[in-house]
Design a protein around this ligand. Sequence first.
Ligand SMILES: C[S@@+](CC[C@H](N)C(=O)[O-])C[C@H]1O[C@@H](n2cnc3c(N)ncnc32)[C@H](O)[C@@H]1O
Ligand code: SF4
Ligand code: SF4
Length: 360
Amino acid sequence: MPVEFIQTIGKIGKWSVNRAIGRRRPLIAVFSVTHYCNFFCPMCPFGDSNKEGQIKITKKNDLTTEQWKKIFDKVSKYCIWSIIEGGEPTSRPDFMELVRYLYKLKLPITLITNCSLLHTIDLDELKKYLQFVTCSIDSLLEESYCKVRGVTPQMYYKVLENLELLNKHNVPHYFNSVITKYNTEEFINQEYFQRSRELGVKSVSLTFVEERSDVNYSLLPDRQTIIKVCQSILEHIKSHKYPQVMIPPQYFEQIIEFGRGMFDECGVWKSIFVNGNGTVMVPCWKYTSPENSYNLLEKSIEEIWSASQWDIAKTCHDCEVLGCVWYSSQPVSTFAQNYMRGLSKMINQKNSNFIDPIQA
Ligand SMILES: C[S@@+](CC[C@H](N)C(=O)[O-])C[C@H]1O[C@@H](n2cnc3c(N)ncnc32)[C@H](O)[C@@H]1O
Ligand code: SF4
Ligand code: SF4
């Protein structure tokens, strides 16, 4: 029996025992490996236009390679899946070294990237280590893409070229698209699905934009447009055509009915989200303050997950439409079965070293 399989089953077993006695522990690791990003997305704090300032913070605060490795070691004792993101993770010079290290720890890896730097990476090597690349492609139309991502048309075409490279090198990938007021039309007229198919993409994950509390603009479409977008996506899901939509239809149905995603208790505690400087915010990034910040290099996961601030997540419903929070807040059975199995099956591409912990 492969050692990865035994380890995964062991971790799920421990997690379930903890769960049964009312202890929360993380199962998915999200590593925001750098504070730096080369894009200017208005929906995201890393889209900050002051790139010089951002580089200074990055140089000062981003963890070193060795520090990240220590964090990976710690987290791998609990988590059955890892997600590498940022900032833009591929901007780190040691990006491949970090991926290689996680792979050696036998943690399945998803990379979330804006795809703008993929041409600088050895994709044949990368695909040996990764399960999937999640391509943050919100729009397949030049004008809307550039608005949502805050970049030039040249960058849009570079990203399209890099998507071609993923196809050429057979790197399993899917699109994650954020729906804002700038890109609704292509969902309503379904051009988004058509163009994704043309690009050879079999699966897409969709979320409405979660509004930022630190800016004075809104990116959400108006209510009527949101409803039209949801109806059109539901129609596409029912048609069973590619690309498959990785988030369940209930997400869109609830937004039509209630204007938001519904859940009893926020499931943010199921993931450990590690910032570029090695801190973990409890319960999440929306409660950023020194009292809620724990340094994972200094503290154990047991200590952090015993913090009293986790109680905030029991009643907080601030994330209204953020797909990943909605998903992780669904009943454990839905979350575990669909999330892990769904990801592996839907991608339906070469994936030889994947071990489905739920199915197995
Ligand atoms: C913060 S980015 C980091 C990784 C990489 N730079 C990228 O864009 O893929 C991770 C994901 O968060 C999504 N995201 C950023 N701001 C968001 C928001 N306000 N609402 C929903 N998703 C958001 C991005 O589209 C991306 O897919
Ligand atoms: S590319 Fe990713 S990290 Fe950078 S600003 Fe956009 S969403 Fe944020
Ligand atoms: S619902 Fe509240 S606790 Fe959960 S992730 Fe959103 S802001 Fe954090």
